[in-house]
Design a protein around this ligand. Structure first.
Ligand SMILES: Nc1ncnc2c1ncn2[C@@H]1O[C@H](COP(=O)(O)OP(=O)(O)OP(=O)(O)O)[C@@H](O)[C@H]1O
Length: 218
């Protein structure tokens, strides 16, 4: 996808908040993250971390403030934003009759990589997440932690400048959290902008991020 190169990974959210009727989902907050930087969103359950990630990903319009990626308004209807942002927020779509490696080959080749080497890249990614031996499984044949690793693989397999991850540590054991920390560190070192919600102090510390602490929504 040539559009990926068009947008750099600067993420900005200025005074963004979200309310629905009289309910506050997110109190006003600022976020700034540049390429090669990690920002971790912290806060108690219900403080609005997922809501903020959805706003930055252009999936949700803020009630106040503005959000942008690469200098453009964050709006996932914009193909340039979609080409730039890879997000793991909620449950990605999977196909019951495709194996894990089939999924990765599909996503990799769809996003413009050489289809002749998609399989190789997919195998390497699964291997780096410690689930290389599950390449021929179907998504419904995974444990919940293995499923989370597969979701991360699906997110990381496509090209992107910005990674938005909602609690990537979910359901992972300590060893796998360290594996994910190493993989995300590598992405950041290679120039990705990483914004993630996280409840795990060890994973947070491993990424040496800037921290944005969210106040409880009410
Ligand atoms: N569609 C909605 N309508 C009304 N309130 C909502 C809606 N979606 C979420 N909320 C509320 O908005 C607040 C923020 O939710 P959000 O999921 O962003 O929090 P979070 O910080 O990600 O929480 P957690 O740590 O539990 O994942 C919560 O109080 C939640 O109940």
């Amino acid at each position: 996808m040539s559009r990926t190169a068009e947008l750099t990974g600067e993420v900005r959210a200025v005074g963004v908040s979200k309310s629905i009727d009289t309910t506050t989902l997110l109190r006003p907050v600022d976020v700034a993250a540049d390429p090669g930087q990690c920002v971790v969103l912290r806060g108690p359950n219900g403080s609005g971390k997922t809501t903020l990630l959805r706003i930055i990903g252009g999936l949700l319009e803020p009630t106040t403030g503005t959000a942008s990626v690469g200098g453009r308004p964050a709006d996932e209807r914009d193909p340039a934003i979609r080409a730039c942002v890879a997000a793991l927020i909620g449950t990605p779509t999977t196909y019951r009759d495709l194996t894990l490696i089939d999924h990765l080959v599909l996503v990799d080749s769809t996003w413009g990589h050489d289809p002749a080497t998609s399989d190789e890249r997919g195998q390497a990614l699964l291997g780096s997440l410690g689930i290389g031996d599950l390449d021929d499984r179907f998504p419904h044949e995974l444990s919940s932690g293995q499923e989370q690793l597969f979701r991360l693989a699906l997110t990381l397999t496509r090209p992107s400048s910005v990674l938005l991850l909602d609690e990537p540590e979910q359901r992972l054991d300590t060893t796998k959290r360290q594996v994910v920390a190493g993989l995300l560190r590598k992405q950041v070192d290679q120039g990705a902008t990483l914004v993630m919600a996280c409840h795990d102090p060890d994973l947070t510390a491993a990424l040496a991020p800037s921290i944005v602490d969210l106040a409880p929504a009410r």
